[in-house]
Design a protein around this ligand. Structure first.
Ligand SMILES: C[S@@+](CC[C@H](N)C(=O)[O-])C[C@H]1O[C@@H](n2cnc3c(N)ncnc32)[C@H](O)[C@@H]1O
Length: 225
């Protein structure tokens, strides 16, 4: 999915202030040197509350609402597109929450930026399905990403996935299983299930209004528990 670059993007990024973190690791030089740029989550949030990630957060509606409903957590919305990051910061500011930040980062670099075993939960909401098999490795549930999540998740950490895309869901179930994750609370129609406390994302709102079923699962690493 290609996003349109915002007008005056640099000024809008500057206005995001402390809400937007932009690690340097996406620059070519950084990749070549293999430099490490780990951040301190305690310094970032100013406390040691559990940290929850949303990877591929889009415009941040879900992350802002999660932060609002759960002040006991710190929420880090990870998004690769700068223009979309600006929108996500707007969502967080509008909600008036202090326990959420946006990080402009490709998921590929998460384990270089975040401390090992530091994350309590990862949300993958309506990740891009990359339908062509030649792009399967870009899917955020491809084995290479599940290995990255394994490094940053706490031993009792979990990954919660939602999607409207049955083929991505099937691919994800296979990928989680092959990578040693176990699954629980799997639903093939979230909105007609007994699940309580669902927070809608932007994409979910659109797909539900089209009458599409939403698939959901929770994954965890049994050997780390
Ligand atoms: C289909 S949108 C879903 C947005 C939001 N989670 C929702 O449910 O409304 C997927 C988002 O993931 C981002 N994305 C895709 N691949 C990514 C990656 N490797 N790292 C970080 N973000 C990524 C895209 O830029 C896009 O904003």
């Amino acid at each position: 999915m290609r996003m349109r670059r915002k007008k005056n993007l640099e000024q809008k990024i500057a206005a995001c202030g402390e809400y937007l973190i932009q690690p340097r690791c996406e620059s070519l030089n950084f990749n070549e040197t293999g430099e490490n740029e780990q951040i301190s989550l305690i310094e970032l949030f100013g406390n040691d509350a559990p940290v929850i990630l949303e990877v591929g957060a889009g415009k941040g509606k879900f992350a802002a609402e999660l932060a609002y409903q759960h002040p006991e957590y710190n929420i880090l919305a990870v998004e690769k597109d700068s223009s979309v990051c600006v929108d996500a910061v707007e969502s967080i500011k509008e909600k008036g929450v202090k326990n959420a930040r946006v990080m402009k980062l490709r998921a590929e670099y998460l384990a270089r930026i975040l401390p090992l075993q530091s994350i309590s939960r990862i949300y993958l909401n309506f990740s891009c399905p990359f339908p062509k098999n030649t792009y399967a490795s870009h899917r955020l549930t491809a084995p290479r990403f599940l290995e990255i999540y394994r490094q940053i998740l706490k031993p009792d950490g979990e990954i919660h996935q939602k999607t409207d895309n049955m083929r991505l869901f099937e691919f994800s179930i296979e990928s989680f299983s092959q990578s040693g994750y176990s699954l629980k609370n799997v639903s093939l129609d979230l909105h007609n299930s007994a699940f309580e406390g669902n927070i809608m994302t932007e994409y979910e709102t659109k797909f539900v209004s089209m009458g599409l079923p939403i698939y959901r699962l929770e994954a965890y690493l049994p050997e780390k528990r």
